[in-house]
Design a protein around this ligand. Structure first.
Ligand code: ATP
Ligand code: MG
Length: 265
C-alpha cells in the first residue's frame, strides 16, 4: 500500500539555473516561479537565492529577516566558543534559525543563502547546513534555485542532486564558452547529479538557426529560447518585481513553454 502511494506521489523537482554573469538567471527563475504558480503545477514551492548578491529577492519583491550566511556565522561562533553544552545544541539551533530564515510569501517560500563571511574551510558546517536544507526541502514539491555563474555555491551549500539544471546564456560566444565550461563540470568532472541538463538562450533577437547550431556543438538540448523583452528590462530598471510582468509578456510566454515542454515534460 505504502509503495503504491509512493509511486503515485509526484516526483520532487529541484531546478537550478547557472551561466555567465548577467545572462538572465535571476529573471528566468522569477518568471519560472510565476509560470509554475499560475498553472498550479508547482505544488508547494520553495525558491532559494544562492547568489550572495541576492538579486532574486528584488526580482520577487520579497525581503528576508535572516540569511543562511548569518546562520552559518552563528554556528561557527558557537563552535569556536567551545562550550560543550552549547555545541550539543547546534543541531537544534540550526533547525530554529533555518525556520527563521525561511520567509513565506503568498504563493511560495523563500530562502536566501546570503554572503559567506568567515573564510576558510568549514566543511562540517557546510555539510550540516546542506543536510538541514535537504531536510527542509522534503516539505516542498518544487524547488527553484538561483545560482551564481558557476555551481560552487549550490554544490557546497545547497544540494548535490538536481532534477534539471538550466544553463542560461545570452546569444554571445562568451556566454556559450561559460556554458561549455559548466557542461564539462557536470559531464566530465561529475560535480553534481542532474537528470536534465539544458541550455536556455535568453534575450534572443533572431539568429535562431545559429543558436541551434551552437547548442548542437556543445551537445546540449535547447530547453528554451526567451526573446529580448523590453518590459523585463523596464521592470528591473524601476525596481518593480519581475513576477509582476503582464500576463502576455513575450518573455513570460517563452518561460511557460520552457516549463511545459522541457522541465515538466
Ligand atoms: N529576456 C530578457 N529581455 C530583456 N532584458 C532581460 C531579459 N532577461 C534579463 N534581462 C535583463 O538583463 C539584466 C540581467 O538579468 P539578470 O539579473 O536576471 O541576470 P543574472 O544572470 O541573474 O545576473 P547575475 O549574474 O548578475 O546574477 C537585467 O537588467 C534584466 O532586466
Ligand atoms: Mg542573478
Amino acid at each position: 500500500m505504502s509503495e503504491s502511494v509512493e509511486t503515485m506521489e509526484k516526483e520532487k523537482k529541484l531546478i537550478a539555473v547557472c551561466g555567465k554573469g548577467g545572462t538572465g538567471k535571476t529573471a528566468s527563475i522569477a518568471m519560472m516561479a510565476r509560470a509554475l504558480v499560475e498553472d498550479g503545477r508547482a505544488g508547494r514551492l520553495l525558491l532559494i537565492d544562492a547568489d550572495p548578491a541576492m538579486g532574486l529577492l528584488s526580482a520577487l519583491g520579497v525581503s528576508v529577516r535572516r540569511t543562511m550566511g548569518e546562520v552559518r556565522e552563528e554556528i561557527i561562533k558557537t563552535a569556536k566558543r567551545g562550550k560543550e553544552e552549547e555545541k550539543a545544541h547546534i543541531g537544534d539551533m540550526i533547525e530554529y534559525m533555518l525556520l527563521e530564515a525561511l520567509t513565506e510569501a503568498d504563493d511560495y517560500s523563500v530562502l536566501a543563502m546570503g554572503r559567506t563571511e568567515t573564510l576558510g574551510c568549514y566543511c562540517p558546517v557546510n555539510s550540516l547546513l546542506r543536510g538541514s536544507i535537504e531536510a527542509l526541502s522534503k516539505n516542498f514539491d518544487t524547488i527553484l534555485i538561483d545560482g551564481e555563474a558557476g555551481l560552487e555555491q549550490i554544490n557546497r551549500q545547497v544540494v548535490r542532486e538536481l532534477h534539471s539544471l538550466l544553463i542560461i546564456t545570452d546569444p554571445t560566444a562568451r556566454g556559450l564558452e561559460t556554458a561549455d565550461v559548466i557542461q564539462r563540470m557536470i559531464r566530465v568532472d561529475n560535480i553534481m547529479e542532474c537528470q536534465k541538463l539544458g541550455l536556455v538562450f535568453n534575450r534572443v533577437r533572431g539568429n535562431e538557426e545559429l543558436l541551434r547550431d551552437a547548442a548542437a556543438k556543445l551537445d546540449l538540448d535547447i530547453a528554451g529560447m526567451i526573446p529580448f523583452d523590453e518590459i523585463i528590462t523596464e521592470h528591473d530598471l524601476i525596481g518593480r518585481p519581475v513576477t509582476d510582468l503582464p500576463a502576455d509578456s513575450p518573455g513570460l510566454s517563452a518561460v511557460r513553454e520552457l516549463i511545459g515542454n522541457y522541465v515538466l515534460a
